[in-house]
Ligand binder design. Structure first.
Ligand code: IPE
Ligand code: IPE
Ligand code: MG
Length: 235
């Protein structure tokens, strides 16, 4: 049986703060290390020929953190974007940022548009970063756009990631078992993988464990196990 590889992986990169605390470092140091893990994961997705990777970087609920941390996170995002945009482009990666841009800092908004424009025709990997995103926000904005368009198509076509397949594998690190308002509509049938590892420590081996988990799941989509096996054997 050939190995099942997910087409789209969605990750809640959680545990930067606790990792920093455990290592007697400041929270910003944890976030910085978290960015390194995100870059590593991008490389691994290319290695495994995965089509889409969606990373949750900042949720709308995260505005409730101390303003100093929020400002730091946006600064780090801008810096990382500027540093890595050429690498992304050289590696044929298409970058899309999903979320409400209206209240992001101007400099960040500008850098996002530039990076998206530069990488828009790339085809190796679709890297989506969720920034000022929430699943409920996305459903809301999609329905609003749909109503305004007056078109007879489906409202789902206006979701931020409507042009990509739904995630087939979800990973959340740091031993927290919730969706925290991530992709609510798109994850209706996603396989859910949780690990106690903090995001800065999430390594190639850990990634492989998540892929192994996915490989051994039987995706039934409501059918019986027998039906699925017959389908796979083409009976
Ligand atoms: C995830 O790490 C990164 C963001 C939410 C930006 P956390 O900052 O949530 O880390 P913990 O949960 O406090 O350990
Ligand atoms: C939210 O993570 C999603 C991101 C990683 C950006 P949190 O760590 O803030 O989530 P909660 O609040 O613990 O659910
Ligand atoms: Mg957290």
């Amino acid at each position: 049986m050939p190995k099942k590889i997910p087409k789209h992986i969605a990750i809640i990169m959680d545990g930067n703060g606790r990792w920093a605390q455990q290592n007697k470092l400041s929270r910003p140091k944890g976030h910085k290390k978290g960015v390194e893990t995100a870059s590593k994961m991008t490389e691994l997705c290319i290695k495994h020929n995965i089509q889409s990777l969606t990373l949750f970087a900042f949720g709308q609920e995260n505005w409730q953190r101390p303003s100093k941390e929020v400002r730091y996170l946006f600064r780090l995002f801008l810096l990382s974007l500027k540093r890595q945009v050429n690498w992304l482009n050289d590696n044929n990666i298409k970058l899309t940022i999903i979320g409400d841009r209206s209240n992001l800092p101007d400099g960040l908004r500008k850098a996002i548009i530039e990076a998206e424009n530069l990488t828009q025709f790339n085809t190796q990997l679709h890297l989506n970063i969720a920034c000022n995103y929430s699943g409920q926000w996305d459903i809301n904005q999609a329905i609003n756009q749909w109503v305004q368009s007056g078109q007879a198509d489906h409202w789902q076509n206006y979701l931020s990631l409507s042009s990509q397949v739904n995630p087939d594998l979800f990973i959340r690190t740091s031993g927290v078992y919730r969706l925290s308002n991530f992709m609510l509509w798109e994850m209706a049938y996603t396989e859910l993988y949780f690990t106690p590892i903090m995001w800065p420590d999430f390594s190639e081996i850990e990634f492989q464990l998540a892929l192994d988990f996915f490989n051994q799941t039987e995706r039934r989509f409501g059918k019986t196990s027998l039906q699925v096996r017959q389908q796979e054997a083409n009976i």
